[in-house]
Design a protein around this ligand. Sequence first.
Ligand code: SF4
Length: 270
Amino acid sequence: MLVYIIPYEGELFKETRQAYFLKAFGEEVKEMRIIPFGKCNYSCPYCKRNGYNKHSCIIDGSIVVNEPVVFNAVSDAIDKGQIVRLSGGDPCTYPSLSIKLLKFVKKRNGIGSMAHNGSSPTLIKNLVDNHLLDSLSVDLKAETPEKLAKIAGISSSQSIIMWNKTIQTLRVLKYAKEVKVDIRTCVFNDTDFEELLKIGEIIQKNSNENVFWTLRKYSIVDNFSTETKDTESMKELAQMLSSQLPNLKIGIRVKWDNGAFFYYMNGKEC
Ligand code: SF4
């Protein structure tokens, strides 16, 4: 089978990242090896992976490789003690391969993780039922289907289906207590408190104690908005949200670089 992969700085499977959100679960931050599939079913105009420039779901600039090349990269990550993080694009565009790769990770006693846009409850249910996920980052991009259409670059009719599927994904995860879940919402310059509160209420209603909500400050990309919130405004928003949603752990992605980490609970910084 041929697989599209997004190169990182001109190389395949070079990217690693720190799983900062693990700290919220009392765990050490570990390194993740990113396995970035080169296809996506969304076209978010703010995508940092060029997800809005595609032909038949294939992201421009992706490189096609044979399946064993992907397994070799996963094997290398396991040997190095890294978390194997299926990402993208989006892993839901390779559902069978994603399941196979995460089964391979488990068989080798590795740690499996995925970053997903939320649109495939079927894939997530399969992974949860087979105990293949240690952690999952999943997007809740918007509080309504109308807003999702704009943010994900999809049609209104598609957005109704995808928004409902995302809620189904959250419901699957609510009963998957062994999976550490990081729900991510990108915060743009014009995102206001009321919108975020509605998103937070949806998360609170559909989550268990193993859920963390990350507010991600929009990073400027060329073809989208040239403005973004400053860190102080992000902190203020998180604190206000935390006062209204006291049981939810709420973090701000922009503050975690270089090992700094904090989140809010009960309206207070932890
Ligand atoms: S879902 Fe993620 S990878 Fe796909 S276009 Fe949106 S931001 Fe990019």
